[in-house]
Design a protein around this ligand. Structure first.
Ligand SMILES: [Zn+2]
Length: 405
């Protein structure tokens, strides 16, 4: 079969085209361009290649583009019993990348005029993650150019809103299936098969409003919230700090926002603390909700005037895909074939779209090129790694989907 051939010039041009089309997430930055224009570019490229392309309209200029390179069936022994593929069908593989970027305020480079310096390609989203989108497009280009016949489907999902609420991958998880997925975020050519999740919790603490001179009548909600915060800090240190996952370490909790009080001479009747709890594999939403209720009880112990409630209002699960999963093994072999050594397997702290797919029954890992400056003032992609990542992804597609009849 030979090495997966990549057209480096075309890959570079694709990356520069993508950087030139602003796609700042409008939920993050009011007035941001959203994904419609960059989505139209991707749609055009892949439709011209002959892939079957579908646009999912998510409202208000937010779109997903899903392009499928249909498998021809067959795939022989490689598909047998693996990844749930039906007999006689190759396994299907999903590649996922987000079209949106964070904002550009405070950037020290021109965000939308891609500059190439040595091995670096500068621009907003170059590293997070338009380089990966370019790699996904190039994989399709190279497969079509090489007249590749896959047994299973290759499903390329270009999604909206990863930088805010992941409405894009949420939708894809409802509408599309695959035997495995690779979320092509920048990992510096490492395979990431485990990451933390998080929970956002709102704690409402209730007092009794009264004139500042009426100490018997007033109950100070802000001071009572202090009792909760002391408990929360102790719990984070003593309990969560003692828990640990071999790859991603300990879970944690911190206060994020606090609001309370109306004026200087009034006892505050309400104080709201919003906090974030980072979650490791093995912990669940219910565990976090229960522990928050426990913290409220502990904060009120021995104080009949303490009144509070905790509400877990947003949750993203942690993710862990076994090191023996077929998609991990396939990535390791492909990296070995292209780079000459196996890829490093590891974890990361931040949450990713991988957990939405994994929760939906599609084992998903992260793999992509490297660079620097995600969400920062100077952002660049490492183009050598973009080329390498494209080759590795191409090899994985060929192996995982199998060759068609
Ligand atoms: Zn990203």
């Amino acid at each position: 079969m030979g090495e997966f051939k990549v057209n480096g010039d075309r890959l570079m041009e694709t990356l520069r085209d993508l950087i030139r089309i602003p796609s700042v997430n409008p939920s993050l930055v009011p007035g941001g361009d959203g994904e419609a224009a960059v989505g139209a570019y991707v749609e055009g490229r892949l439709a011209r290649l002959g892939l079957s392309v579908e646009r999912q309209d998510l409202g208000a200029g937010r779109v997903n583009i899903i392009a499928t390179l249909k498998g021809a069936g067959g795939g022989g022994g490689s598909a047998a019993g693996a990844g749930g593929a039906a007999p006689g069908r190759g396994r299907s593989l999903m590649l996922n990348g987000h079209l949106d970027t964070v904002g550009v305020a405070g950037m020290e480079i021109d965000p939308f005029d891609p500059r190439v310096e040595g091995n670096r390609v500068y621009g907003r989203g170059s590293h997070d993650m338009k380089a990966s989108l370019a790699a996904m497009i190039e994989v399709a280009e190279a497969l079509v150019e090489g007249h590749a016949r896959l047994a299973g489907d290759l499903v390329l999902t270009f999604v909206a809103d990863e930088e805010y609420a992941s409405i894009g991958t949420e939708r894809v998880a409802q509408t599309h299936r695959a035997d495995a997925a690779i979320v092509c975020e920048s990992t510096g050519l490492d395979i990431v098969n485990v990451h933390k999740g998080f929970a956002w919790v709102r704690v409402g603490v209730y007092g009794v409003a009264a004139h500042g001179s009426l100490a018997d009548a007033g109950v100070d909600a802000i001071a009572k919230a202090g009792r909760f915060l002391v408990e929360m800090e102790r719990y984070g240190r003593d309990v969560l700090g003692a828990r640990s996952h071999p790859v991603v370490g300990s879970p944690s909790v911190h206060a994020s926002l606090i609001k309370g009080g109306t004026e200087l001479s009034t006892y505050p009747d309400r104080c709201v603390v919003e906090l974030e709890r980072r979650v490791i594999p093995g912990e669940t939403r219910q565990m976090v909700a229960d522990e928050m209720a426990g913290l409220v009880r502990a904060a009120g112990a021995g104080d009949p005037r303490f009144k509070a409630e905790a509400e877990l209002f947003f949750y993203r699960s942690p993710m862990e895909v076994g090191a023996e999963e077929p998609i991990v093994k396939a990535l390791e072999r492909a990296h070995q074939a292209v780079v000459g050594r196996p890829a490093a397997l590891g974890g990361m702290g931040g949450w990713c779209d991988t957990s939405i797919l994994t929760d939906a029954g599609i084992p998903a890992v992260l793999f992509g090129p490297g660079g620097s400056g995600a969400h920062a003032a100077i952002e660049w992609a490492d183009f050598d790694q973009v080329v390498t990542a494209t080759k590795v992804l191409g090899e994985v597609v060929r192996e995982f989907c199998g060759s068609g009849e």
